[in-house]
Design a protein around this ligand. Sequence first.
Ligand code: CIR
Length: 327
Amino acid sequence: MLSSIPLHRILNSSTVFRHRRVDISLLTTKTKRRYSKVLVRDVPNSMAEALSMSSSPTTLFDLPKAKSQHESYLQIMKTIFSPSNNNIIHLKADDTYPDCVFIEDTAVVIDNRAVICRIGAKSRRGEVDETKKALLHLGLEVFDMRQDTDSATCDGGDVLYPVTYNNNNQKHDSTNNKRGGKHLFVGISNRTNHEGAKYLQKKFPHVKVIPIQLKGEDTKNEVLHLKSAVTHVDEKTLLVPIGCEWNFMVDIFLKEHDFQIVRLPEIAACNVVSVNGHILAPNSICETSKEILHETIVQRGLSLHFIEANEFAKYDGALTCKSILIP
Ligand code: CIR
């Protein structure tokens, strides 16, 4: 399977893969943009103080590099969303919160409804207020976990919602356009608890919340969030790392819920952003991961972009964690 893809096609940062190289602007004008907006937050000057699972990052954090990598992320988002229509909502960084660029953790958005999270890490809890303001401003129906419960915690990075939208411009009815979106997988982690998952079920009654145990005696999985290890390419295809410690995910996703599973040799390769026919993946992954991703994505008629994000990985941040997608 892999030998059919010449290595010279594995190009560098921000490269678009399809059957042939394409101009993104042409592609996006033909494609119905079903996520209409994206929420992002700037890199704070205090980011070197951000939380990290490892006590000593292997290489020193480089703030200017992080800012420039974030800029590339925003540039790709600008080609996918039309910035002229204020589709990119850009929140200013707050140096009081060194992790604030990881905006995904602050809220869960499904259709026109949002849940504001009580983030698992106490030092991050104040990050959510700016997100809440922005979502209210957009007219979403907003529920605040912090006001409604005493103990529920949730990081958006633990919430996986496999959904895609029909690219057919003729159909304007959002219910017809939506594919998948019946399941909400919620990682029960050091950050997200069962009360958090129950709260999501209450506020999103039209989806089935399925808790996935990431910590406990039976699991040795050293990831921060569910989406550190599994994300969706489309509504029925999930990326899961190779390794017997991840087989329980295959049992859940494939055997119980009939998803197609693509296994990748690295955990880092399994975090991709799937947005309006585009897949954003980290450029730092190995050639084998790139080849498998390429094949998976071309088969599905999607476009693949590799993005530099290694400065964020030093603080356990992946690509999904830097945005909130709004349908
Ligand atoms: C944290 O530990 O909370 C941050 N340093 C990283 C958060 C990454 N968030 C995400 O992947 N959704």
